[in-house]
Design a binder for this molecule. Sequence first.
Ligand code: KG4
Ligand code: ZN
Length: 337
Amino acid sequence: MLVLGIETSCDETGVALFDTARGLLAHALHSQVGLHAEFGGVVPELASRDHVRKTLPLMRAVLQEADVNSKEINGVAYTSGPGLVGALLVGATIGRSLAWAWGVPAVGVHHMEGHLLAPMLEPSAPRFPFIALLVSGGHSMLVQVDGVGRYRILGDTLDDAAGEAFDKTAKLLGLAYPGGPALAKLAGEGDPGRFRFPRPMTDRPGLDFSFSGLKTFALTTCQAGGNDRQTRADIARAFEDAVVETLLIKCRRAVQQTGIATLVVAGGVGANRALRDGLRVMAADVGAEVFYPRLEFCTDNGAMIAYAGACRLAAGQQQGLEVAVNPRWSLEQLTPV
Ligand code: KG4
Ligand code: ZN
């Protein structure tokens, strides 16, 4: 079954072709980072308009790259939530309309399901059940994954997501949007011993996260410690160390609590080098195995949507003819496959 996947939930337009027999045939991505940079964050209306401009040209590019005719496509998958409502509506309208024109089924995909199934696109894919650490600009979650559509949220963020905390702290340190990768780079020059930030919510049981206090901690440290480059690097280092260690503590706890020794890391913050290094050490210590999507599939992309959609379409699931999106949507509400 050949499935076209479309991702437009936030500031990246992603399109891909996934075949259940042959695997991923082609994928293309357009990032809107340049478009939103001057505003210091995503401007929803600009995001929607750019998805309108980019989705069809990207689709033509993947069809050409895979040497596929649109008549060969057996189904269309698009992100229908969670995300920015206008941005979601663009992908849903285009995806639903193409499916109708081609006379094939369409399915709306949960963006986070896409992220947590992304490692399945790799040659050494994890096996169910596994624990997924989802750390993106909008989410910080630990999810028990028993199968496609069988998700139990073990821990969630009470305020800022990990990526959001990276971006806000980066902004405060004068780094350009999206600041996560820039902050991580600056942290590389920082002295790990100069400042120590708290590890939020690690001193009590449970797997929930809270990262908004770290940004305040960074602000007060900044105000007290000065604004020279070395101080900013030291703050970046202390911040990154705190986020990474907090995530490691909760991942270790999730593995021990569930007895599931397979860990999957997905979402943009999963690209963070310090987190990856820390997880390797922690996993070796508890006898767990860690799986990642390739770096370009850690962040938003069409391939993960095509894959998740293909799992559902191949099982006979599909949407009606309406264009429906779900900007707020829990992973636990999904139908098992
Ligand atoms: O998954 P994603 O592309 O989009 C969402 O669905 O949110 O994640 C983007 C987030 C941003 O907050 C970005 O700053 C963060 O992931 N990020 C990083 C790194 N690369 C991306 N944060 C820390 N270190 C990185 N290397
Ligand atoms: Zn995402």
